[in-house]
Ligand binder design. Structure first.
Ligand SMILES: Nc1ncnc2c1ncn2[C@@H]1O[C@H](COP(=O)(O)OP(=O)(O)OP(=O)(O)O)[C@@H](O)[C@H]1O
Ligand SMILES: [Mg+2]
Length: 456
């Protein structure tokens, strides 16, 4: 009998090697190479590949009536792009204990009111699922639970159901493959089998995925490729506030975020998120400035706080939470060289409140103002908000959605908004409702909201 060929696959990045290595040459992690045997390609009955497709003219393609299905959570619907698209496959990833099973149990409870739902629990026993359902008050008529981890059996059992929830992809396995559940080969193959199940037999599939130590979904990148939508559930373990973020969405914006709160009776959505990312006490202490941040279709006020303390010895520390490290270092360099505010002997800690991650450059100006306010020990008034991108020469660049940001500031009762000069022309019409300070350079913004306060 011919020897079965095998290869060594890194369980972190999916990199391959013909021999065992202690350190993965692709991602540099130690002890992650596992031997996997090459499997013959098994044609799955009923898969898309079995029946050859004919090329069709665009005008001849019949439009299906894909009405989005509501999940019972407005926030989740928004992140999904307006509800669940039928026959799609959605992956939800997150840290252990963040609430992935909880949110999908609640969604399953809501959907089971008029659809047939199968909750496949590969990690927990039936009685554990029942215990959670009782705690959450989920009593769906058509809520069926299956305690199974073999994918072939899950496929068989899912025939009569419209919604399938897999908890979790790392716990299910195909018996055709010799590698263990959760390995790269298993996750890859199970994900594509589930994708085929969704597309070829008209089912909507939700998949829960675990994350690795560095926060990405455990398994190969192909897992995210086969999904229609990939969502991340994030939040500090000790904080009840959780944020659901879309990182990929074939049917909507991938920048949406949803805000949730974990309570004893389950996950609740936070509809009025305006107070979540800023405190009432801001303005009393130096170092806090509010920016208007756009994520997807909405604008959220986010308070940025900075704390500086004298470096005792060695290198000064730079520690951002919710702000990109490189942008923070860059902002400090611009403040030193272009606004002549020294930070070389100061440890700097920056925090975007509420556990949100600010990824857009429009928050640069508020971050810079918060740093300047902290080091000068002069508070910025709580009625002031700012947005704008910071260039390396200290110029404040125009940003998109300036009108939306100003309108949100007006709605929330801010009295002054600092905006990039290049955005000013389109914002003049709001001047009767809010004081607009157009700035073209960082020192103008600092002078307007920090130095003047000190003089007064
Ligand atoms: N009785 C309770 N009261 C309050 N909160 C609870 C209670 N039981 C569980 N929780 C909350 O639910 C969370 C666990 O949720 P869940 O099991 O949905 O997480 P998970 O993301 O599925 O975790 P895992 O990755 O381990 O499966 C806990 O972190 C805890 O905060
Ligand atoms: Mg779970």
């Amino acid at each position: 009998m011919a020897k079965q060929s095998s290869k060594f696959v890194c369980q972190e990045c999916g990199g391959q090697s013909p021999q065992w290595l202690g350190k993965c040459p692709h991602c540099g992690k130690f002890g992650t190479m596992v031997e996997e045997f090459d499997e013959p390609i098994v044609e799955v009955k009923g898969s898309i590949a079995v029946s050859p497709s004919k090329p069709t003219l665009l005008k001849d393609i019949k439009k299906e009536n894909y009405e989005r299905i509501k999940t019972g959570f407005k926030e989740l619907d928004t992140v999904l792009g307006g509800g669940i698209v039928p026959y799609s496959i959605v992956l939800i990833g997150g840290d252990p204990g963040i609430g992935k099973s909880t949110i999908l149990t609640q969604v399953a409870g809501e959907l089971s009111k008029n659809k047939k739902v199968l909750y496949v629990s590969a990690e927990e026993s039936l009685s554990h699922v029942k215990l959670r359902c009782d705690r959450l008050g989920v009593i769906g008529e058509n809520f069926t639970v299956l305690n199974e981890s073999r994918l072939e059996n899950i496929e068989k059992a899912s025939k009569d159901y419209e919604f399938i929830i897999i908890d979790s992809i790392q716990a299910v396995y195909l018996s055709d493959l010799s590698s263990s559940a959760g390995s790269v080969a298993q996750v890859k193959e199970c994900a594509s089998r589930l994708m085929r199940l969704a597309k070829s037999s008209d089912k909507t599939v939700f998949v829960i995925g675990h994350v690795t130590k560095d926060g990405s979904i455990a398994g190969p990148k192909v897992l995210e490729h086969v999904m229609d939508t990939v969502l991340y559930f994030e939040g500090e373990p000790q904080d009840s506030l959780k944020i659901l973020r879309a990182v990929k969405n074939r049917f909507g914006s991938a920048q949406e975020v949803g805000v949730f709160e974990m309570t004893e009776s389950g996950i609740k959505e936070v509809v009025d998120y305006n107070g979540v990312f800023m405190s009432e006490e801001r303005g009393a202490q130096a170092g806090s400035v509010v920016t208007q941040s756009i994520s997807g279709n909405r604008c959220m006020p986010v308070e940025i706080q900075t704390l500086v303390s004298k470096t005792v010895f060695g290198m000064p520390r730079r520690m951002p939470i919710g702000v990109d490290y490189n942008r923070m270092v860059l902002t400090l360099a611009v403040l030193e060289r272009k606004a002549y505010i020294p930070f070389f002997n100061q440890d700097v800690y920056v925090n975007a409140m509420g556990g949100i991650k600010l990824s857009e450059p429009a928050s640069d100006l508020a971050v810079a103002l918060s740093m300047a306010s902290a080091v000068k020990n002069v508070p910025v008034d709580k009625t002031v908000t700012a947005f704008g991108e910071l260039g390396l020469t200290g110029e404040i660049r125009a940003v998109s959605f300036a009108e939306k940001r100003v309108l949100n500031a007006i709605k929330l009762g801010f009295k002054t908004v600092v905006v990039p000069k290049r955005n000013y022309e389109g914002l003049k019409r709001f001047e009767s409702q809010i004081k607009i300070i157009p700035v073209s350079h960082l020192y103008q913004a600092i002078k307007a909201v920090i130095t003047e306060e000190k003089d007064a």
